[in-house]
Design a protein around this ligand. Structure first.
Ligand code: GLU
Length: 490
């Protein structure tokens, strides 16, 4: 069987970390099985629609390398639909839903309901008070088709609900949770078509998954309780139900559902902070799935090869930023300096830490000086600021003052100045050679070389490799700062 999976987000804003995990698992499972993965936009709730969110979503998925075979794609900034099972936007499929709802109405498997909000609210309130599960009480179920059509002609507002058999166990197999049974008495007679004529998610999802030949539905576990309704609809329409796999909820550190109020959840924010696509994918794949050999660093190809839906856990998966940082730092360290320069430069330009005409050499020194400390690219801003820190000799702390009192400092600074002045420019090699020659000639020990020099330049006791810092600041600036320090100690 050719596996077909789909990611079916609602365009309500941004791509959520949990959404990326669903998309990734759909993609991995399809590709593991040489199957197809499609993207469908579930935009039937017009009140929640956010302009631009489809573009954002496609961009974020593309950035992460989770590429769909069918569905809306971006071409020159415009959305185009690829594939022969479209349209892939539910709002463009209203005629299709109409056809199937009529079939259900004709067969008595769905009915018109005229109950207004007031009645439904009151009913709900009573049920909650009586500790019953709130659900529709079937008041309109026995209205004849003729009467219903007459009332509709008269302009009454209505919805269409699915009719459920009473007290029937619905059993289905979930690939993650095993067998699940729910009695129809615990299921609501779900609205299938809303008063605005749009289908609800529950109706559209069944019709679309069937017509788009989706045979593997992978989605968040919040949809598990809705699945019996979907199974009944498949039965009503005479269709074979797909396989289902409901993924564990993504939790925060406090084991609560990751939420946009308390946590960072937007994939775009992570991208902006400078998490690399390979790191995001790698880490997110581990939220609910683990490699059989316990490997924690896996490329997309390895994930495709090793991913197995049967290894997805039932327990909630905790999103741990520190672990993500660790994975990201790993991939940052694997980059060449050239790649890192291209990645970091936009952050530094934005903060005016470097200019457009900054030399590759300087950029290389910056990268060398900070790369081992980077968890994500945005941190390059603070780390680079530190490289440019300028000593304020009047405000040194006691420890730094003590070091500036060392007897050898005058010789050190004088000789550094004269050696540097002879050079055309400073490079890490020149800086280190100069320090070494002073060390040899005047028998000044390592600590007494580096500490005072660092304080003279930056005013701090510890930091990135000094040879890079001096090369980044450049000969003139360094000599000027050393001269100031010389004056200060004299
Ligand atoms: N539109 C639903 C959502 O945004 C999709 C649920 C499903 O995959 O069936 O969560």
């Amino acid at each position: 069987m050719n596996i077909r999976t789909r990611f079916a987000p609602s365009p309500t804003g941004f791509l959520h970390i949990g959404g990326l995990r669903t998309a990734l698992y759909c993609y991995l499972w399809a590709k593991h099985n040489d199957g197809d993965y499609l993207l469908r936009i579930e935009d039937t709730d017009r009140t929640r629609y956010v302009e631009g969110s489809v573009e954002n979503l496609i961009n974020a998925l593309e950035f992460c390398g989770v590429k769909h075979d069918e569905g809306p794609m971006l071409k020159d900034g415009k959305v185009v639909e690829i594939g022969d099972k479209g349209p892939y936007f539910q709002s463009d499929r209203l005629d299709i839903y109409k056809k199937y709802i009529n079939k259900l109405l004709d067969e008595g498997k769905a009915y018109y309901c005229f109950c207004d909000k007031e009645r439904l609210d009151k009913l709900r309130e009573e049920q909650v008070q009586n500790k019953q599960t709130p659900k529709y009480d079937g008041k309109c179920k026995n209205i004849s088709r003729e009467e219903a059509e007459r009332r509709i002609k008269n302009g009454e507002s209505y919805v269409i609900r699915m009719a459920l058999p009473e007290n029937e166990d619905i059993t289905f197999y979930d690939e993650v949770r095993g067998e699940v049974t729910i009695n129809t008495n615990d299921v609501d007679e779900q609205v299938l078509i809303k008063a605005d004529g749009f289908p609800t998610y529950h109706f559209a999802v069944v019709v679309d998954d069937h017509l788009m030949d989706v045979n593997y539905v992978i989605r968040g576990e919040e949809w598990l309780v809705s699945t019996p309704k979907h199974i009944i609809l498949y039965n009503y329409l005479g269709w074979e139900a797909p396989k289902f796999a409901h993924l564990p909820t993504v939790l925060n550190k406090n084991k609560k559902k990751l939420s946009k109020r308390h946590d960072s959840v937007a994939v775009e924010d992570f991208i902006q902070k400078g998490y690399l696509p390979e790191a995001l994918i790698n880490y997110i794949a581990l939220l609910g799935w683990s490699d059989p050999e316990g490997k924690e660093i896996l490329s997309m190809d390895e994930l495709i090869r090793d991913f197995d839906i049967s290894r997805v856990t039932k327990a909630g998966a905790v999103f741990d930023t520190e672990k993500l940082n660790w994975v990201n730092a790993h991939y940052i360290k694997e980059k060449s300096n050239e790649e890192l320069i291209a990645l970091i430069k936009p952050y530094l330009l934005k903060e005016n830490l470097v200019n457009d005409d900054v030399s590759d050499e300087t950029m290389e020194y910056i990268v060398e000086a900070i790369k081992d400390k980077l968890n994500y690219l945005e941190e390059s801003i603070e780390l680079t600021k530190e490289l440019y820190l300028k000593a304020n000799l009047d405000e040194l702390d006691d420890k730094a003052k003590e070091i500036m009192d060392m007897e050898t400092n005058e010789t050190l600074f004088e000789n550094l100045i004269s050696l540097f002045e002879q050079e055309k420019k400073l490079t890490p090699e020149i800086v280190s050679k100069s320090l070494k020659s002073i060390q040899k000639e005047f028998k000044i020990k390592g600590k007494a070389l580096y500490m005072p020099t660092r304080i003279a330049i930056s005013g701090i006791m510890h930091g990135a490799d000094l040879t890079y810092i001096l090369s980044i600041l450049g000969k003139d600036e360094v000599v000027e700062r050393l001269k100031k320090a010389l004056n200060y100690i004299k």
